[in-house]
Design a protein around this ligand. Sequence first.
Ligand code: 5RP
Length: 232
Amino acid sequence: MTAADPVKLMKQEVGKAAAALVKSGSIVGLGTGSTTAYTIQYLGERLQSGELTDIVGIPTSFQSEVLAKEYGVPLTTLDAVDHIDIAIDGADEVDPHKNLIKGGGAAHTREKVVDYLADQFIVVVDSGKLVDRLGSVFAVPVEVIPMAITPVINAIKQLGGQPELRMGVKKAGPVITDQGNMVVDVRFDSIDDPVNLEKVLNNIPGVLENGIFVNCADIVLIGEVVDGQPVV
Ligand code: 5RP
């Protein structure tokens, strides 16, 4: 990816725009992915310059924890706070009702905990993530405990889904989540009722969490390229 890559530029602008919304004294949910990486970086820069003070972050993954430490964003845990003021997180698909598919980075379980707890949940995406209907492009990630992988895959097939175990780099082995589980990516011909599908998938014994997020996002910030320039 070159420096002028338009998708990268959009992610950068939208990630920064979300970070600019964070106020001093806030408890901030730190999302996972290449877009929120820019958010975390810019939060660190704002802290460094003194423009922003007294924030604490709650990471949604080992990746966001490492980035927060790298950029000097202080961290806390859900055991130490009674609320989250604002969460900023990416998405893989966004429908017109602000329903999401997340989990491209296999972090959707922790992301769902943090994003749903936040008083305000801001989604940061480039315009390529917008779809008319969830499942149009992206499969639904489902986190599964390892001993249940076969029965869960069979149950998903019975629901009409096409499951595929997510493999890691060079297909050397399955992707393992921060919780030590596996991810099954499930394609559906059409997701007509995401509210129901989220519940049905989570009802399969052995499923920890799936990547359908409904009735959760407050604001979607969208990065676009207009006349060759990234705008939010
Ligand atoms: C990780 C996620 C990410 O937020 C999602 O995959 C978007 O990532 P990116 O900003 O890199 O496009 O859900 O589990």
